[in-house]
Write a protein that binds this ligand. Structure first.
Ligand SMILES: [Zn+2]
Length: 212
């Protein structure tokens, strides 16, 4: 088999946002890492690994290039509705910024409208936009909550995220539980205990143990 030409630009068919990730630099870095591991980057199984990894990061880190306006795409509606809207069990995959290993889990999002609601399918896409970056779980949680607060100016917004961190699990760090729960609350969820409790009761109802 031929040695992959690292300068060969085979990304011409990719859209502009994908090209903003320097895939050539990623390929070179992965090849250097393979050598550093003591591997032979030229052996058959590894020859295309740098390219595969670069393409994978284009997908896993797509959140950096996602434009919030494209995600929302006009799906904000004026309504006279002021009950709690809850979207629970939103599956997500992210990468911890400390080890670049996955953390995987589910997000629960709630808000109380103040004249405006968002199309339901948009909330998982907002979670995805922030998950597909190098993250820490606390920041991911806050970014989703802040985004919805700024977008909808609701009476309140709450986000709870439960996730399993492969960097803890694979490395066998026993002191740090691999499962972590984080939350971010604004407005009524912060100031009103009953509101917060209603949300927390709802997301714990029938909840199964997080597993990967
Ligand atoms: Zn980590």
């Amino acid at each position: 088999m031929q040695t992959p030409d690292l300068d060969d630009d085979d990304n011409n068919d990719q859209s502009d946002w994908q090209n903003q990730l320097d895939t050539n630099a990623i390929e070179k870095a992965v090849q250097a890492m393979l050598s550093a591991f003591g591997e032979d980057p030229q052996r058959e199984g590894l020859q295309k690994t740098p390219q595969r990894v670069a393409r994978m990061y284009v997908e896993l880190l797509a959140g950096y290039q996602t434009q919030p306006e494209t995600v929302i795409n006009g799906a904000i509606f004026e309504v006279q509705y002021d009950e709690m809207v809850i979207v629970r069990d939103i599956e997500f995959y992210s990468l911890c910024e400390h080890h670049m290993l996955p953390f995987i889990g589910r997000a629960h999002v709630a808000y109380i409208p103040n004249g405006k609601v968002l199309g339901l399918s948009k909330i998982p896409r907002i979670v995805d936009m922030y998950a597909r970056r190098l993250q820490v779980q606390e920041r991911l949680t806050r970014q989703i909550a802040d985004f919805l607060r700024d977008l909808l100016k609701p009476q309140g917004v709450a986000v709870v995220i439960e996730a399993m961190h492969l960097c803890s699990m694979m490395r066998g760090v026993k002191k740090h539980d691999a499962r972590m729960t984080t939350s971010a609350m604004h407005g009524a969820f912060r100031s009103n205990l009953a509101t917060r409790q209603e949300f927390l009761d709802n997301i714990s109802r029938g909840a199964s143990q997080l597993r990967i």
